[in-house]
Design a protein around this ligand. Structure first.
Ligand code: NAD
Length: 492
């Protein structure tokens, strides 16, 4: 293992030599280029593990500089992929959490990477135990299209802070942003630290087959299974950040105006294309019509003149629009309540919110993740019934509960299991650096963000440090009187 100073010096050399290359040469577009780059990073990760804070900090600084300089380009490229993505939403849901995550990691990373002493049982005193966080090596990050900036930057922060080299695969469904991001990374990073792959599903499959030290995949549950299968061949550990149907349970004493305000915010942000968007609402039946009326008022107030309103984002591509349109086509007209007077525009892929009151529970709308601004209301009569409904389905990525009565809120907390949860709020648990973020069961495996993310991408190596003076010889055969007395004491 090299010492810290030679490590930094080598990286600086790599940085200098790479800056002479045109950016495009560092973008990985073929399986061969991807495999060669991985091999190089892998070798470097074994020869020059990044054990010093200065190099890790330099990478976080590079990330911050890239974001600061390229934020407009990134937002415009994302908008081009969506046909229209609200600039303010990109600031709120992609740029802000990225900057804030970098600041948090820069503040705490040095302390996280310190070796720490832990307890030891009396038998082994005066030796001591330590836990030493070490970089894993080369981490792969597979990014989806819905928040393609934050879902690349977020895992990169944690992986770089933990001293890893990082390979990123961008989504083929957001190609303009993918290219823009890859060019920026090539400019701000040495390719030995971070390299970006841009290409189709075939390249994504090749990416998932690399013998990475860890693979974090964000995307659908169906593809997540394929990725995990491919990773299994190399025993590559995975973090799977998947999707699913995140329910809202509205208790009968909830303040309905507040519920509508928060749920509609969660469902309209990025036109419902958010992994933790409220998927459907479990609501006592007597509140359905009032909910719908309040939702219409809410939308008119927050998205006035919707035909010319640039705050509302569009659907990512024709295939997704057709997919969700089919959900609606399968429902009877008399349970569909458009929240806006404007219809969907297939040309621009503008789709205003729609509420569906009490759809068939075996319809695709209620079986598949919606990922669009369609909000089913499902009635329930007793809290037992609402909890049983959630528990009869795969464990969701998020669960939201609204109400005033502590005992009922507590029941929902204890009797349901989801990746994460908010009480009287939606979405914002994802923005808390102090909370782990991830799914459970079909909504994912593992969690990251903040210290949890640092540890996700570190090997927490247990180290036993023996003392010069120690009693280990007393544990050797032949087992005499002293051993017997000692054991009698320990086993008492
Ligand atoms: P996507 O189609 O962009 O795919 C995600 C990634 O998988 C991309 O990098 C893509 O290149 C790769 N990929 C596609 N096919 C592959 C294959 N056969 N083998 C290997 N890799 C392949 O994104 P998506 O899946 O449409 O994303 C939407 C889903 O992601 C939703 O289900 C959403 O809930 C989920 N999501 C989860 C989170 C989270 O943090 N848990 C965040 C955002 C989105």
């Amino acid at each position: 293992m090299m010492d810290d100073s030679s490590n930094t010096a080598n990286l600086k050399t790599a940085n200098t030599s790479m800056s002479a290359l045109p950016d495009s040469q560092s973008i990985l577009t073929t399986t061969e280029a991807l495999q060669a780059q991985f091999a190089r990073m892998y070798q470097l990760s074994r020869q020059q593990p990044i054990n010093n804070w200065a190099t890790r900090l330099e990478q976080l600084d590079n990330l911050e500089a890239m974001l600061r300089d390229k934020q407009s380009d990134f937002a415009l490229a994302i908008s081009a992929d969506f046909k229209h993505r609200s600039y303010s939403e990109t600031q709120l849901a992609e740029l802000y959490p990225s900057f804030s995550g970098i600041t948090y990691a820069k503040k705490h990373g040095k302390a996280w990477m310190k070796t720490r002493r832990v307890g030891i049982s009396a038998l082994y005193l005066p030796a001591h135990n330590e836990v030493q966080p070490q970089p894993l090596g080369v981490v792969g990050i597979m990014v989806p299209w819905n928040y393609p900036l934050y879902l690349a930057i977020g895992p990169m922060i944690d992986a770089l802070c933990a001293g890893n080299r990082v390979l990123v695969k961008m989504s083929e469904s957001a190609p303009q942003f993918a290219q823009c991001f890859a060019e920026a990374v090539a400019h701000y990073f040495s390719p030995d630290m971070v390299a970006v792959a841009v290409g189709d599903v075939e390249l994504a499959e090749a990416f998932s087959r690399l013998p990475l030290d860890h693979l974090l995949y964000t995307g659908s549950t169906a593809v997540g299974k394929k990725v995990m299968r491919a990773a299994a061949d190399n025993l590559t550990p995975v973090t799977l950040e998947l999707g699913g149907k995140s329910p809202v349970i509205v208790l009968d004493n909830a303040l309905l105006e507040n519920v509508v305000n928060r749920v509609m915010m969660g469902k309209t942000l990025n036109a419902g294309q958010t992994c933790i968007a409220p998927d459907y609402v479990l609501l006592p039946r007597q509140y359905h019509q009032h909910f719908i009326a309040l939702a219409k008022e809410w939308f008119a107030k927050h998205y006035p003149d919707i035909g010319n309103n640039t705050d509302y984002s569009h659907i990512i591509n024709d295939a997704h629009l057709q997919r969700v349109q089919k959900y609606l086509d399968a429902q009877p007209d008399d349970i569909i309540y458009p929240v806006s007077e404007l219809p969907t525009d297939t040309e621009t892929r503008f789709m205003p919110p729609v509420i569906v009151a009490d759809p068939e529970l075996d319809s695709d709308l209620m079986q598949e993740e919606i990922f669009a601004p369609i909000l089913p209301l499902v009635h329930y009569d007793t809290l037992d019934e609402a909890i049983a409904f959630v528990n009869s389905r795969p464990r969701p990525l998020a669960l939201y509960v609204f109400g005033q009565k502590e005992s009922a809120l507590e029941r929902v907390r204890l009797e349901t299991t989801s990746g994460g949860m908010c009480v009287n709020e939606v979405l914002v648990h994802v923005a808390q650096h102090e909370l782990p973020f991830g799914g459970i069961g079909h909504s994912g495996i593992g969690a990251y963000h903040g210290k949890t993310g640092f540890e996700r991408f570190s090997h927490l190596k247990p180290v036993f440090v023996q003392s010069k003076l120690n009693g280990m010889r007393l544990l050797l055969p032949p087992y005499g009187e002293l051993f017997k007395k000692g054991m009698a004491l320990l086993l008492k």
